[in-house]
Design a protein around this ligand. Structure first.
Ligand code: NAD
Ligand code: MG
Length: 406
């Protein structure tokens, strides 16, 4: 028997949906995984409970007041976890010498810096935070190559694609190209979200609660709204472009598949299409990324083909869901356009969740911000991208203010 050595993991965003699922997998394999650090922005009681159960060296929160509260909660329970705070502490626990793997599960562009730092430090990156690649895909992939970090996609579609790509290609996609690996195209599946069959006019009146009720997956609120608008699929197209070195227009196609059983596919030049199937449960891609190239139990139920019954496929409707088209356009425009798209979307989604914006105004706001900011931004450096992000957020907030809900 080969004994795998103990892996030390930092979970950025441990209190979120991906973070909790990651801890669930870790709890099943105490002989393989040990938690080095946990981080969270709010939900301090939940973070304290996680610290008591998993005994990390460090817990990181965002500000001094939260640190004080968390430290008090931990002291009450006799926990030895040390509390740190601030964005540089996020990077510290993602790059510490003792850390083997980093689960990047903070939501939004806020997750980019510590994830990039972990890549530069050559860690095994378990990448859930797709916004990192949308904001700074080229830079991030350069950092991964230069440090020799292992990059394992956790987003279920990208994890599926990774699983069915040739082994040599998936581990080093920039050493050749998809065509040389015999790949014709990547087929990214999309559930279509909760409004897949809803009439255009009805979309105008949907509430945040309706948008967050995803038919197949239980996720954080931001990604749930993105799934409802199909922006999530747009962000994932950009994510796949960078992860798999897929720069051509026809390299990636989107296929709506309401059952979310086929998690994505790769079509080869000989006509073969390879797919990865399973129940929609994020513990599968998480366990795959953690154990790669081995396989471990993830606590996921067997796929019951007879209760699934059928698999349906349809084309995405870009008229009703313009966010997907906006993402295709931003990817084609290149430079800082994807960063601007992402920043505008984050502000729009927050506005929608706070009832300050209609669902159908999300793409209107993003389109306006793209038009206003793209020609003024550059992607030359990380600083340039971060200032594009900031410019887009300011423009998006201004749009929100000048379009009050009536
Ligand atoms: P979530 O909202 O449930 O959790 C987000 C986590 O990030 C929490 O721990 C929160 O405290 C932390 N956080 C939020 N804002 C922060 C900030 N400014 N600074 C530091 N930490 C902050 O989100 P989620 O659904 O777990 O998604 C996390 C990431 O994974 C997202 O990028 C999402 O797109 C991606 N993802 C999620 C799923 C899923 O099933 N939930 C699937 C694929 C990809
Ligand atoms: Mg996904």
């Amino acid at each position: 028997i080969i004994m795998s050595s103990l892996q030390k993991i930092t979970i950025l965003g441990s209190t979120g949906s991906i973070g909790v699922n990651t801890l669930d997998v870790i709890a099943r394999h105490p002989e393989r995984y040990q938690v080095f650090a946990l981080t969270g922005a709010s939900q301090l009681e939940k973070l304290a409970q996680q610290c008591v159960q998993f005994k990390p060296r460090f817990a990181v929160v965002l500000d001094a007041a939260s640190a004080q509260t968390l430290a008090a909660l931990l002291k009450e329970r006799g926990s030895a976890t040390e509390v740190l705070w601030g964005v540089s502490a996020l990077s510290d626990v993602a790059t510490a010498a003792d850390v083997d793997a980093v689960m990047a599960a903070i939501v939004g562009a806020a997750g980019m810096q510590p994830t990039l730092d972990a890549a530069r430090a050559g860690k095994r990156i378990l990448l859930a935070n797709k916004e990192t690649l949308v904001l700074a895909g080229s830079l991030f992939m350069d950092a991964v190559r230069e440090s020799g970090a292992a990059l394992l996609p956790i987003d279920s579609e990208h994890n599926a694609i990774f699983q069915v790509l040739p082994g040599a290609y998936r581990e080093n996609p920039y050493a050749s190209c998809l065509q040389d690996a015999g790949v014709k195209r990547i087929l990214l599946t999309a559930s279509g979200g909760p409004f897949r069959t809803m009439a255009h006019e009805a979309l105008h009146h949907v509430s945040p609660e309706q948008a967050c009720k995803h038919p197949n997956w239980s996720m954080g609120r931001k990604i749930s709204v993105d799934s409802a608008s199909l922006m999530n699929k747009g962000l994932e197209v950009i994510e796949a472009r960078w992860l798999f070195n897929a720069p051509e227009k026809n390299d990636i196609s989107v296929v709506v598949h309401p059952q979310s059983v086929v998690h994505s596919m790769v079509e080869y030049m000989d006509g073969s299409v390879l797919a990865q199937l399973g129940n929609p449960d994020m513990r599968t891609p998480i366990a795959y990324g953690m154990a790669y190239p081995e396989r471990i139990d993830a606590g996921v139920k067997s796929l019951d083909f007879f209760s699934v019954g059928r698999l349906d496929f349809e084309a995405p409707d870009l008229q009703r869901f313009p966010c997907l088209q906006l993402a295709f356009d931003a990817l084609a425009a290149g430079s800082a356009a994807p960063a601007i798209l992402n920043a505008a979307n984050e502000v729009a989604v927050e506005g929608f969740l706070n009832n300050a914006l209609r669902f159908t105004d999300i793409p209107r706001l993003i389109e306006a911000v793209l038009g206003q900011c793209t020609h003024r931004a550059s992607a030359e450096s990380l600083e340039a991208l971060l200032s594009a992000d900031e410019m887009a957020r300011a423009a998006a907030r201004q749009w929100l203010q000048s379009h009050p809900l009536c």
